[in-house]
Design a binder for this molecule. Structure first.
Ligand code: NAD
Length: 357
């Protein structure tokens, strides 16, 4: 079991930004990326937090991730926009994409955005939060081009990524519904965190390179060293059996094929960059003519669901978005844990670009 330290958000955000600046980002870009990663930690998703920094630095040094790159509109059809992320930071090109889509949805009532070739977009909920804050419904299908780390239901090896799906719905007078999840049983980054912490994971998450169930998160983090399957990775399983697997394939078809960003159909690559394609659908309820009914019905339904009594053995019933809001409150106040292995990886990444922490 490795040790961990408690980190305060402003401290790690400043350190991360200094590393991104040394790697070539403008101070503004460095701040956008660092604050996005720290917000993932604060939201309870350490898988998409500052632990991603070493991978981003490697990706810059390899040339796959291009700092200071803006999104390029390749087709502007009004409420239908295609965009090329041009291998820029997903945190940056993703925000630029959403800003354009929000403006269009507000003026036209809806907007479909097809973004390809963005470097890792991080926590997809961030983009839904941008739209929901403007009163819009925000739906996202995302594919991941990096390593086929998730097995299709019934399959014995990885064929696609953790392909996240996200739905944000504003609820009048209440915090928004914000469903944001990987279609794998768990996010790949959570296996990295568990591996770094020396933890086993519950059964049902993983298979080894031979397709056998395992609880060792290392099978999807490091190539297996010996025996049958040496040099290969195992795979994550999809959530919800054939249903999650089907949703993952839909994310690949919509986020990868339809956006033009590309799908995964090749053996694993060893490069450190990871690309996302994202199909986003924004709807302005105020322009749909159902605003009053929507506000009333959404509020009434959410209240109704929240009145469900706690099931035996559970802490309390929550709606999507609640856990992240609760984590933010706690972690902003008390800081969050960063395991020693992850911290050392960040220190080493800093060293690669001449920053000593
Ligand atoms: P998760 O399994 O914690 O699920 C998160 C979702 O479930 C959230 O909407 C949360 O509010 C809701 N939730 C959690 N516990 C709940 C409960 N008890 N009751 C009701 N709702 C609950 O998260 P995950 O699948 O590990 O995904 C984590 C993050 O990883 C997401 O932000 C996702 O966008 C991101 N991700 C990104 C990529 C990428 O390539 N960019 C790939 C995969 C995942």
């Amino acid at each position: 079991m490795s040790t961990s330290k408690i980190i305060k958000a402003p401290y790690i955000q400043a350190q991360a930004a200094s590393i991104f600046i040394a790697a070539g980002s403008t101070p503004q870009e460095a701040d956008t990326v660092a604050s996005n990663l720290v917000m993932a930690n604060l939201s309870g998703h350490d898988s998409h937090g500052v632990g991603m920094l070493p991978r981003y630095i490697d990706a810059i040094l390899e040339g796959g991730l291009k700092p200071n790159t803006a999104v390029k509109v390749t087709l502007d059809g009004g409420a239908l926009i295609a965009l090329d992320g041009q291998q820029g930071f997903g945190q940056v090109v993703g925000e630029q994409t959403m800003a354009l889509g929000i403006e269009r949805a507000k003026s036209l009532g809806s907007c479909i955005l097809a973004l390809g070739r963005a470097h890792h977009l991080g926590r997809i909920g961030h983009f839904a939060e941008m739209a929901v804050a403007q009163g819009l419904v925000s739906i996202h299908f995302v594919n991941v081009l990096s390593r086929p780390v998730v097995a299709p239901w019934g399959g014995g090896d990885g064929r696609f990524g953790t392909n996240p799906c996200c739905i944000g719905v504003p609820i009048k007078g209440q915090p928004p519904f914000l469903l944001d999840f990987a279609t794998s049983r768990v996010a790949q980054g959570k296996m990295r965190v568990a591996h770094n912490e020396g933890r086993q994971v519950p059964p049902g998450y993983l298979i080894d390179p031979q397709g056998h169930p395992t609880t060792d998160p290392g099978v999807v983090v490091v190539p297996q060293k010996s025996g049958e399957g040496a040099g290969l990775f195992g795979a994550l399983l999809p959530f919800g059996e054939h249903k999650g697997s089907g949703l993952a394939v839909a994310c690949e078809l919509l986020g990868g094929a339809l956006t033009g960003g590309g799908t995964w159909h090749q053996p694993a690559s060893t490069t450190r960059s990871v690309f996302n394609g994202m199909l986003s659908i924004l709807i302005d309820p105020a322009r749909l003519g159902t605003q009053n009914a929507f506000e009333h019905e959404a509020m009434a339904f959410v209240d109704w669901v929240r009145q469900s009594p706690d099931a035996a053995g559970t802490e309390h019933m929550q709606l999507a978005g609640d856990p992240e809001r609760a984590a933010r409150k706690l972690r902003e106040r008390e800081g969050f844990e960063l395991d020693e292995a992850t911290w050392q990886e960040i220190v080493a990444a800093g060293r690669k670009v001449g920053v000593s922490l």
